[in-house]
Write a protein that binds this ligand. Structure first.
Ligand SMILES: *[C@@H]1O[C@H](CO)[C@@H](O)[C@H](O)[C@H]1NC(C)=O
Ligand SMILES: *[C@@H]1O[C@H](CO)[C@@H](O)[C@H](O)[C@H]1NC(C)=O
Ligand SMILES: *[C@@H]1O[C@H](CO)[C@@H](O)[C@H](O)[C@H]1NC(C)=O
Ligand SMILES: *[C@@H]1O[C@H](CO)[C@@H](O)[C@H](O)[C@H]1NC(C)=O
Ligand SMILES: *[C@@H]1O[C@H](CO)[C@@H](O)[C@H](O)[C@H]1NC(C)=O
Ligand SMILES: *[C@@H]1O[C@H](CO)[C@@H](O)[C@H](O)[C@H]1NC(C)=O
Ligand SMILES: *[C@@H]1O[C@H](CO)[C@@H](O)[C@H](O)[C@H]1NC(C)=O
Ligand SMILES: *[C@@H]1O[C@H](CO)[C@@H](O)[C@H](O)[C@H]1NC(C)=O
Ligand SMILES: *[C@@H]1O[C@H](CO)[C@@H](O)[C@H](O)[C@H]1NC(C)=O
Length: 664
C-alpha cells in the first residue's frame, strides 16, 4: 500500500503518548468513521487507527486465583534490589517525522496539551527524557528553510523500508521548538546523527543540537537498529557488528574533526533491535571499552510484538488482537521482553554505563486495536517499566510514531484557532504517571520484583526502597472481574511480622489507584481519582479531585491490608514522606499556569475565542488540578501558554485523515 503524497499528514491529534507503537493520529474530529460505535468490528473499520472502536473481551478469571497474600518487607537493605533509579525512568520516543505534530508546529506554536502532560510528569519526577528520532532520523537533512515554511517535510515518494520510512528535511526551528519547550518544562532531549551515509556524515544535527539545546541535549544516537540495516537493504548483506563498530569509529573521528561537534562524548550505541544480532555480539567486539569515553549511554530497542504485517503487508504473521490481548496481561509479558537483556544490564554495570530501552511499545507498526489503546496496556506498561527498572535498565522510552493508513481525502492545513482539537490521552501516559510516582524523585530509589503471591503472573508486586528501607509498594492486578471476587487483599508488613523480628509496620498507609472497570476499557481511566477523560477530552491537565485512600494497619497483626481491585494498579505509600517524595507536593515546582481563563469549570476545554484573542503572558506558578474548589483550580484556569506567540492551539480541519510514515 503506497501512501498518497497528496493526502500526507493531516494533522493530528495524537493520541498522545498512546499505547500503540505508532500512534500518530491524523484525524478530523467530525469524521464519522472515528466516532463509529463500539460494536463495529475491527475488520470493517476504516478510520484512524487510534480511534478504532474495537473493544476486546478481557481474558477469563484465572482459576485458581489466590486473592490474599502477605508482602513481607525488611528494613536495612534487601539483596537483589536494583541499581538506583530516577523518577524520570519512563520517558518517550517521538518519531522525528511527527515531532511537528506532537510537540508543536514550530518554535512559536507549541502544543499546550503537550506542555501540560509534561508538566504533570515534571511535578512528579523533576524531568522528562524524550528522544526525537527513529528510522526517520537516518536520512534526515538539516536545511535552512523549507519552501512552505514548515519545520519538517517528508518525501513520501522516496519512502524506503518495509515500514515506508520517508526521508525528511527539517529546519533549525525544530531544535528551537525543543529548546522553547525546555524553557517551560524540564524536558531533556536525545537526538540521532543520520547514519545512512557513514563515509560522509551530516553532523549538522550534532552541531546545531548542541548550540541550541545546550545542557538539554543529553545524548546523540549513533545508528538506529543497525542490525536491521542489511535486512532493509541499507547495507550489504554481510554487514555485521564489527562493521557497525567501525562506522561508530568513523563518526567519532568525524566529530573530532568538527570544532562545532564537541558533543562526541554524548553518543549512544548500539541501539540494535535484537532482531538480526544479539547484544552480546556487539559487546563481544570490544565496542564499549573502545569507545567508553564517547558513550554517554548504551541502548537497545525492542517491541514484544511485530504488527507490521497487518500494517504494511510484509508477508509476516498477521495477529488477531483478541488472541494477543491475554499475552499482554500478565507478568510474563514485560519479563519476557527483557529476559534477553539480562546479561546486558550486568555488562553495563560492569562497564559503568547505563543501559536504556530506547524505543518500545506494545507492538511495532501501530499497535493492536483494542490492546494498545486499552486499560490493559496501562497495566502492561507499568509492569513492563517496573520490570525494566528492577532488571537494571536505566530508562525506557515509549515510542510515538506514525503509521501508514488509508488515505481518504485531501488535507487542509490549520488556518485558524476556531477548531481547537482536544487530545486523547492514551493508556501509557497513565503508566508514565504511575511509574514516576512509584520510583519517586530522589534519584536514589531501588526497586525489586517481589515475586509475590507465589509468583502468580496475574498479581505482580514490587517494593521500592530508599537507603535500604521500603517506602512504597506497587501491586498490579491484571484480572478483570466485576464481581469483586478477584480483588486482592494484600497484607503488607515491614520488619518481621510473625517471624520473630521487631515489627516496624506503619500505623497506616496511603494508597493511590489506577482504575478502570475492565482491562478492555478505552479511556476514562483514573489515577488517584483524576482522569484525562475519553476521546478528544483532554488538554493535558488532570480532571477531578485527587483521591488518596488511607488504610489503617492492624496493630495486633502488624499487617496493612490493601485491597487491589480486579483490575487495577495500587501504589502503596508506607509513610507520608514516601508520598511527598512522589507526587510533587514537596518538590520544587517549576510548572506553570497562565493568565488565561475559560468559562468552563472542571472540563479541559480551552475556549478558542480566548485563545484567539489573548496575548496573555507566561508565568510560573504552582500547578494543580482542575477541580473546582481545589486549592489551585483557579475556577477552570487553563494552563495554556500564550506569551510571545507561543500559542497552544492545534487547530486543524482535515477533510478525512491519513496516517503516514513508518514505525520500525
Ligand atoms: C509558526 O507558525 C505560525 C503559524 O503558521 C507562524 O505565524 C509563525 O511565524 C511561525 N513561527 C516561526 C518561528 O516560523
Ligand atoms: C543519505 O541520505 C541523504 C539525505 O536523504 C541522501 O541525499 C543520500 O543520498 C543518502 N545516502 C545514501 C548513501 O543512502
Ligand atoms: C522560541 O524560539 C524562538 C526562536 O524561533 C525565540 O525567538 C523565542 O523567543 C522563543 N520563545 C520562547 C517563549 O522561549
Ligand atoms: C548470558 O550469559 C550467560 C553466561 O555467560 C550465557 O550462558 C548466556 O548465553 C548469555 N545469554 C545470552 C542471551 O547471550
Ligand atoms: C541489578 O543490579 C543489582 C546491583 O548490582 C544486583 O544486585 C541485582 O541482582 C540486579 N538485578 C537483576 C534483576 O539483575
Ligand atoms: C476557521 O476556519 C474554518 C475552516 O476553515 C472556518 O469555517 C471558520 O469560519 C474560520 N473561523 C474564523 C474565525 O476565521
Ligand atoms: C536527579 O537527577 C537529575 C539529573 O541528574 C538532577 O537534575 C536532579 O536535580 C536530581 N534530583 C535530586 C532530588 O537530586
Ligand atoms: C468517558 O467519559 C465521558 C464523560 O463522562 C463520556 O462522555 C465518554 O463516553 C466516556 N468514554 C468511555 C470510553 O467510557
Ligand atoms: C476514593 O477511592 C476509593 C478507592 O477506590 C473509593 O472507595 C472512594 O469512594 C473514592 N472517594 C471518592 C471521593 O471518590
Amino acid at each position: 500500500m503506497r501512501p498518497n503524497v497528496a493526502c500526507l499528514l493531516a494533522l493530528g491529534i495524537l493520541q498522545a503518548l498512546a499505547g500503540a507503537a505508532a500512534v500518530t493520529i491524523y484525524h478530523q474530529k467530525n469524521n464519522p468513521s472515528a466516532t463509529a460505535t463500539a460494536s463495529s468490528a475491527a475488520a470493517s473499520y476504516t478510520g484512524a487507527a487510534a480511534y478504532n472502536p474495537t473493544v476486546l473481551q478481557p481474558p477469563p478469571v484465572p482459576s485458581p486465583l489466590n486473592t490474599q497474600f502477605v508482602v513481607q518487607l525488611q528494613n536495612g537493605g534487601t539483596p537483589g534490589a536494583s541499581i538506583q533509579q530516577s523518577g524520570s525512568f519512563f520517558g518517550f520516543s517521538i518519531e522525528m517525522s511527527v515531532a511537528n505534530q506532537v510537540l508543536g508546529k514550530n518554535s512559536t506554536h507549541i502544543q499546550v496539551p503537550f506542555l501540560n502532560l509534561m508538566a504533570n510528569l515534571q511535578q512528579r519526577s523533576g524531568r522528562i527524557n524524550i528522544r526525537v528520532g527513529g528510522n526517520t532520523q537516518e536520512a534526515a537533512v538539516l536545511v535552512d528553510s523549507t519552501p512552505d515554511g514548515r519545520i519538517l517535510e517528508k518525501d513520501i515518494a522516496g519512502a524506503s523500508n518495509p515500514t515506508q520510512t520517508p526521508p525528511l528535511v527539517f529546519t533549525p526551528d525544530l531544535l528551537y521548538m525543543m529548546r522553547n519547550i525546555s524553557n517551560f518544562v524540564n524536558v531533556r532531549w536525545f537526538l540521532g546523527v543520520p547514519f545512512n551515509d557513514t563515509s560522509n556524515f551530516r553532523l549538522a544535527i550534532a552541531e546545531q543540537g548542541q548550540a541550541i539545546l545546550g545542557d538539554y541535549l543529553i545524548g546523540l544516537q549513533a545508528g538506529n537498529e543497525p542490525d536491521l540495516y542489511a535486512r532493509h537493504g541499507h547495507r550489504p548483506s554481510t554487514y555485521g557488528p564489527y562493521d557497525y563498530v567501525g562506522e561508530f569509529g568513523n563518526l567519532v573521528n568525524a566529530m573530532s574533526n568538527d570544532a562545532n561537534a564537541k558533543n562526541r562524548n554524548l553518543l549512544i550505541g548500539p541501539n540494535i533491535a535484537y532482531a538480526d544480532w544479539t547484544t552480546e555480539m556487539v559487546w563481544n567486539t570490544g565496542f564499549v571499552d573502545q569507545f567508553s569515553n564517547n558513550l554517554a549511554y548504551l541502548a537497545v530497542e525492542n517491541y514484544p510484538t511485530d504488527n507490521c504485517a497487518a500494517q504494511f503487508n510484509t508477508g509476516g504473521t498477521i495477529h488477531n488482537p483478541q488472541d494477543v490481548f491475554p499475552t499482554f496481561l500478565d507478568h510474563n509479558a514485560g519479563k519476557g521482553i527483557i529476559e534477553k537483556f539480562r546479561n546486558s544490564t550486568d555488562f553495563a554495570q560492569q562497564k559503568g554505563k547505563k543501559l536504556l530501552m530506547f524505543e518500545t511499545n506494545t507492538a511495532s507498526c501501530g499497535g493492536f486495536p483494542g490492546v494498545s489503546d486499552s486499560f490493559g496496556a496501562a497495566l502492561w506498561g507499568i509492569d513492563y517499566a517496573l520490570q525494566m527498572a528492577h532488571s537494571n535498565f536505566s530508562g525506557a522510552l515509549m515510542h510515538i510514531g506514525p503509521t501508514v493508513y488509508k488515505c481518504t481525502a485531501s488535507l487542509s492545513t490549520p488556518t485558524n484557532q476556531s477548531s481547537f482539537h482536544q487530545w486523547t490521552i492514551g493508556p501509557l501516559y497513565y503508566s508514565a504517571l504511575a511509574v514516576a510516582e512509584t520510583l519517586g524523585f530522589s534519584n536514589t530509589s531501588q526497586i525489586m520484583d517481589l515475586n509475590a503471591n507465589g509468583g502468580d503472573v496475574h498479581t505482580p508486586a514490587y517494593a521500592v526502597y530508599e537507603n535500604g528501607n521500603p517506602v512504597r509498594v506497587g501491586i498490579v492486578n491484571f484480572v478483570t472481574d466485576p464481581s469483586g471476587a478477584s480483588d486482592l487483599q494484600v497484607q503488607i508488613a515491614v520488619g518481621g511480622s510473625g517471624i520473630g523480628q521487631p515489627n516496624q509496620s506503619p500505623s497506616q498507609v496511603k494508597v493511590k489507584y489506577l482504575l478502570a472497570p475492565s482491562v478492555s476499557q478505552k479511556g476514562n481511566y483514573t489515577w488517584a481519582g483524576q482522569t484525562f477523560g475519553g476521546i478528544f477530552q483532554s488538554d493535558g491537565r488532570p480532571m477531578g479531585t485527587e483521591n488518596v485512600t488511607t488504610v489503617p494497619c492492624d496493630s495486633t497483626t502488624n499487617l496493612c491490608t490493601v485491597r487491589v481491585p480486579a483490575p487495577s494498579y495500587a501504589l502503596v505509600f508506607l509513610s507520608d514522606d514516601a508520598l511527598a517524595q512522589s507526587d510533587g507536593k514537596a518538590a520544587p515546582s517549576t510548572t506553570f499556569s497562565t493568565s488565561m481563563f475559560t468559562n468552563t469549570r472542571n472540563t479541559a476545554t480551552v475556549d478558542p475565542s480566548v485563545l484567539a484573542t489573548s496575548n496573555g503572558g507566561f508565568d510560573k506558578s504552582r500547578m494543580g488540578s482542575t477541580s473546582p474548589g481545589s486549592s489551585s483550580s483557579g475556577a477552570g484556569r487553563t494552563r495554556a501558554v500564550l506569551g510571545q506567540g507561543v500559542v497552544s492551539v492545534f487547530a486543524a480541519v482535515v477533510a478525512g485523515w491519513v496516517l503516514v510514515g513508518r514505525v520500525r
